[in-house]
Write a protein of this length. Structure first.
Length: 299
């Protein structure tokens, strides 16, 4: 094999630079790679000497990428990730490739996890690692291939594509709220106990205004701290909750919850399938993307 005219930089130096650039601190890079902070600093200096350019600005209390460092990271990051994916594929039993996906716990539990068995049967060569968390992860730093995020589709450093529309609708246990023929929805809201998700305290007001109603009085509402808790308490017959589709779809299909006011209304937010901007997805990650879009009907 003919050696390249321009020699490749030392891989240890590349790995140290990539870890430090992705995490923003030499200390965090050292912890991730299991070496000392001084070793990271030495390897980064070694790479800078090789390239004859400063990759980090060390003038402040910490370090930050120079313009040259940012360009270099953007160019080598896909190659580093491909090396990681190829290595994982060989190390996994049967040569399976790992794809890490993060999603909100409520969506993961109700929409994604029930489909994992079908995914594994259809894609036996891919190991799908699901990270269900409410934290907004740094996709590069945490080495996450794909993220399902809730919002309006705009996040710094992220490429986002529409996945699932979100609608909101009041839900309750069967028999909890029986609407009389022609009953005023405003009156119906006054005779039940409402359940409020304190992580989204304005949702009842937003739903009421979308329906042309006066926002309900929440002074006696039952307050809980997560969507899952809200739905569980509603299932127990303890009040009227505001559910969000598709998270609540499984419970509606099973009949453990019903929607006394009928179909939902768009919330203005949605679920988006995201990856780090500029990161070249692996072949396996693209297959997972297509599968997720197929589930959502957005292929």
């Amino acid at each position: 094999m003919v050696e390249p005219k321009i020699p490749l930089p030392p891989f240890a130096a590349l790995r140290a630079f990539h870890a430090a650039a992705a995490r923003g601190r030499f200390r965090d890079a050292a912890e991730a790679l299991g070496v000392t902070e001084s070793a990271i600093s030495h390897q980064v200096r070694r790479l800078e000497d090789f390239l004859r350019v400063a990759l980090f600005d060390r003038s402040g209390s910490g370090v930050r990428l120079t313009a040259a460092g940012r360009r270099y990271l953007d160019q080598i990051d896909p190659a580093i990730r491909q090396i990681q994916a190829a290595t994982e594929a060989l190390l996994q039993p049967g040569g399976r490739t790992v794809v890490r996906v993060t999603a909100p716990p409520s969506l993961a539990a109700s929409w994604l996890i029930p489909q994992l068995g079908a995914f594994e049967r259809a894609h036996p060569d891919i190991e799908l690692q699901l990270v269900a968390t409410t934290r907004v992860l740094d996709l590069r730093r945490d080495q996450v291939d794909l993220a399902i995020r809730h919002g309006k589709g705009a996040w710094p450093g992220i490429e986002a594509g529409f996945l699932l529309e979100e609608t909101a609708l009041p839900v309750a246990a069967p028999g909890y709220l029986e609407l009389a023929s022609g009953e005023d929805p405003q009156a119906a809201l006054r005779r039940v106990r409402l359940i409020v998700n304190t992580l989204n305290p304005d949702e009842w007001e937003e739903w009421a205004r979308a329906r042309g109603l006066v926002p309900p009085d929440l002074s006696g509402a039952l307050e809980l701290e997560s969507a899952e808790q809200v739905l569980q308490v509603a299932e127990g017959g303890h009040g009227l909750a505001l559910g969000r589709r598709p998270v609540v779809d499984d419970r509606l299909a099973r009949g453990s919850l019903v929607a006394p006011f009928g179909a939902g209304d768009p919330t203005g937010a949605a679920h988006y399938l995201c990856r780090a901007a500029g990161a070249a997805p692996t072949t396996a990650a693209r297959r997972v993307e297509r599968w997720l879009h197929g589930l959502a009907g957005t292929t």
